[in-house]
Design a protein around this ligand. Sequence first.
Ligand SMILES: [Zn+2]
Length: 208
Amino acid sequence: MRLSILQYGDPMLRAKGKRVEKVDDRIRELAQNMIETMHAANGVGLAAQQVGEATQLTVLDISQVEDRPTTMKLNDENIEPAAAMPLVLINPQIDLGSETETGTEGCLSFPEITGEIERAKSVTVRAQNLNGDPIEIETTGFLARAIQHEVDHLNGILFIDRMSSAAKTSLSSKLKRLQKETQRGAKHRSATGRIRGGEQKAVAETTL
Ligand SMILES: [Zn+2]
């Protein structure tokens, strides 16, 4: 079932996610719905807050992203990232590598807005999967960036918080408009049909 994606201005996006104590059918169903919603919106990541649940649960799928290199180890074994997608992370704990790089990001809760964000080049994540089993992921490149974006969502942090103040200033009127639109009750747009064509697809591929 497709869920509505909340937009900037909705207070839920600032809520810190509660720990999942038990990975049960309700959590599995929510994760499945989130994957369907993310795919329908051409996004590569989605956090529970974005669909109205303050829960430590995020889903990712970078298998369609072609031009942003990624390496991945799952439980200490090298794995082709596409083979591990869609990826569900429950209660993720993240350790950041010390080197950073800047890259373009979009966010499904901020339609048509992108920004250059500095993030760690590599991360190690400990989480649970849909069986409740512990997993450990070491990753670099785009998946490392995507996971950092999603774990931020789980803590109520948004990508605009990590933009330079100059970038944020130049977006301020767009952000105000979006916030007003959300508060007027136009809580979400249809997730489909918004993105068309090659250039916009490239933008969509960085939308988390
Ligand atoms: Zn996002």
